[in-house]
Design a protein around this ligand. Structure first.
Ligand code: ATP
Length: 265
């Protein structure tokens, strides 16, 4: 029998972040998040989702009463030190240089870890296999589609085997098949490796189907948290997204959101 993977705990309390003149996050506290969870981070445009992920990764100046991973205070650590355990995949990736897919994953791994070339090749091949990208290994990055590039970014984050993975809309440019493929893979990885994944999603039906926890942001504060069906409810959707919606079970027993109308203020 495989040993139980070790599970990290991330604690966030009283987190505030001001960018320019915008008070983006206001004393935000989250329930303790554990390894093994696939957490959907939800909220309308501008509600503070990316800023929350970037604050945890140490990429924006933020103040917090508590910001801890496994009892270690993250606040004194800069982004580089936090990156040993916490990987952040941004919404849009920087322009890639002229490398093949395999080289890009190897470069990402070797930039951070002292690892032999043989071991690095093995890790890169495994992660590309997990993502169904093995056929693209020798393609150059500048020959890939937007969605394929996004997947390479995900491979670069995964190859580090972090304790916490922060994903900012990784499904945004993926086709229907790849959206479900990636979510199945992430849900399997969270469970098998005890990885904590926080993923920004705009597709609430994907969140209902794959996430085992959800955080709903509204104006830089937490409006609701818990199991996705307890968070994705008609009253919460009305408040957070200004839509009149129903959440109904389909013939397969899965919950789906149907939007009937917009709420005019
Ligand atoms: N560098 C910045 N300077 C000033 N304000 C900023 C900066 N970056 C973000 N903001 C503001 O912070 C707020 C939250 O932005 P953020 O990107 O965190 O939202 P989001 O929920 O991720 O949105 P989306 O779903 O559109 O990606 C927005 O009002 C945005 O204009």
């Amino acid at each position: 029998m495989n040993p139980e993977p070790s599970r990290s705990t991330l604690q966030v309390g009283g987190l505030s972040c001001t960018l320019g003149a915008n008070h983006v996050l206001r004393k935000l506290s989250l329930p303790a998040l554990r390894g093994g969870q696939l957490v959907a981070l939800l909220g309308r445009n501008g509600s503070g989702k990316s800023t929350l992920l970037r604050s945890i990764a140490g990429l924006v100046p933020a103040r917090a009463d508590t910001l801890m991973l496994d009892g270690e205070d993250l606040r004194p650590l800069g982004a580089r030190a936090r990156a040993a355990a916490i990987r952040y995949l941004p919404q849009s990736l920087p322009d890639f240089v002229h490398l093949t897919v395999t080289e890009a994953v190897l470069v990402a791994l070797k930039a951070r870890a002292a690892v032999s070339t043989a071991a690095a090749m093995q890790k890169a091949a495994a992660v590309l296999g997990d993502l169904g990208l093995e056929h693209l290994g020798s393609c150059f990055l500048d020959e890939l589609s937007g969605g394929q590039k996004q997947l390479v970014g995900l491979a670069q984050a995964l190859v580090h085997e972090p304790a916490v993975l922060l994903l900012d809309e990784p499904l945004a440019s993926l086709d229907l098949n790849y959206q479900h493929h990636v979510m199945q893979m992430l849900s399997g990885l969270a469970l098998a490796r005890g990885l904590l994944i926080i993923i920004v999603l705009h597709d609430l039906n994907i969140a209902l189907r794959y996430a085992n926890a959800a955080l709903l942001l509204h104006d830089g504060a937490l409006l609701a948290s818990g199991e996705p069906p307890a968070v994705i409810t008609a009253p919460h959707l009305a408040q957070a997204f200004l839509v009149r919606a129903r959440v109904e079970r389909c013939s397969q027993g899965r919950s789906n959101v149907f939007v009937d109308d917009l709420i005019q203020l």
